[in-house]
Design a binder for this molecule. Structure first.
Ligand SMILES: *Cc1c(COP(=O)(O)O)cnc(C)c1O
Length: 389
């Protein structure tokens, strides 16, 4: 059967070069990087090498990077770490209504502990307004967290502008850049951020490896208490293979990113146009221009997202839907509701995301399969028939 993986925003395969770079650190070079003998120091050196590569990509200093277990940990570290460190100063956090759960759940957790959170809404394209952020800031605000690009609808936020406001007001600013690092340029100074989360498995590195950028001088509570790794900010034995993989992955991305982004943007725009032409009553979600190069998110009326995914899977195509993203809930995605979609339209949404091994043919195969699936599902839908009469 033909196959097309079109869900790179969920996770990416590990690049074979990344895997090769990691391999020695499972066996010959397995030493604990905190050990002083050469086997340990060899691992330590590899970790510092990765730290330098990542810092170079971000325009940061190596000592501003803390390695973590991934995007979720980095987000939790940033949100809780800053809030706990600054709780004498204030008790208010500003964030957006479309954050990943790795940001919104820690925010809700802190609300239960008595902190106050303002969830700033977005416009119909999914854009956060810097003015709205500015208006939400009070003299009790200790943290602002707004994602760089949204994982569902691909909208890229005006982070540099929000960062300027945060700086002006003297408020710490975090961004979840899990969807952008490795895909578009990300520079911590240009973005005016104090903290930035990233995750290796979203840019062809291994799962379970990530990092948090923490600007020098930022006061933050340590996340894991234990050993003195990462200068007392994050205890636990170093995940050497994971960190080496992350470093190799970012090095590869620095080289391939411009070309990949160009190819994906062109393919994205062609596919959007073709889908809208071929399938009646389809709309694009998210900003058409301020958008991740690899992201398409459409709503298809009178279709239920999950049945569409199952039919696509039977055709060998892997995509994602905002309909029951959390799979246990029937609520449509909070992101699609935040951009103002009614429930029934949000339920019929499809996210198609490209990556390093996506070919023209994959998009063509989707374009061949999806209209047939949609007609079939619509033919079975009582809603559709009613509206046809
Ligand atoms: C994937 C993702 C995360 C979570 O990262 P993990 O490494 O899987 O924990 C957080 N934020 C965004 C925007 C993501 O896309």
């Amino acid at each position: 059967m033909r196959k097309a993986y079109l869900d790179y925003a969920a996770t990416t395969p590990c690049d074979p070069e990344v895997l090769e770079a990691m391999k020695p650190y499972f066996f010959e070079k397995f030493g604990n990087a905190s050990s002083i003998y050469s086997l340990g120091q060899e691992a330590k050196k590899a970790i510092e090498d990765s730290r330098e590569k990542l810092a170079a990509f971000l325009g940061a200093r190596p000592d501003e990077i803390v390695f973590t277990s991934g995007g979720t940990e980095s987000d939790n570290f940033a949100i809780k770490g800053i809030t706990y460190a600054l709780k004498q100063k204030g008790d208010h956090i500003v964030t957006s209504a479309i954050e990943h759960h790795a940001v919104s759940e820690p925010a809700k957790f802190l609300e239960k502990q008595g902190f106050k959170v303002t969830y700033v809404g977005v416009d119909s394209q999914g854009l956060v307004s810097p003015d709205d952020i500015k208006r939400a800031i009070t003299d009790k605000t200790i943290l602002i967290s707004v994602m760089h690009a949204n994982n569902e609808i691909g909208t890229i936020q005006p982070i540099a502008e929000i960062g300027r406001i945060a700086k002006e007001k003297g408020v710490c600013f975090h961004t979840d850049a899990v969807q952008t690092v490795g895909h578009i340029p990300v520079n911590v100074d240009e973005l005016n951020v104090d903290l930035l989360s990233l995750s290796a498995h979203k840019f062809y590195g291994p799962k379970g490896a990530g990092a948090l950028y923490i600007r020098k001088g930022t006061r933050i509570e340590s996340f894991l208490h234990g050993g003195d790794q990462e200068r007392d900010r994050r205890a636990s034995t170093y995940n050497t293979p994971g960190i080496v993989g992350l470093g190799k992955a970012i090095e590869l991305c620095s080289k391939t990113m411009p070309e990949e982004a160009k190819f994906q943007t062109a393919l994205r725009d062609r596919l959007i146009k073709a889908l809208v032409e071929k399938i009646p009553e389809v709309r694009l979600n998210g900003d058409p221009l301020k958008r991740l190069p690899n992201n398409i998110n459409i709503s298809i009326r009178y279709i239920e997202g999950e049945s569409m995914l199952l039919s696509l899977d039977m055709a060998g195509i892997a995509c994602s839907t905002g309909s029951a993203c959390t799979s246990t809930s029937l609520e449509p995605s909070h992101v699609l509701l935040a951009i103002g979609l009614p429930h029934e339209i949000a339920h019929g949404s499809l996210r198609i995301t490209f990556g390093r091994w996506t070919k023209e043919e994959d998009a063509e195969y989707l374009l061949e399969s999806l209209p047939k699936i949609v007609s079939k599902l619509r033919a079975m839908s009582p809603l559709y028939d009613k509206n046809r009469l």
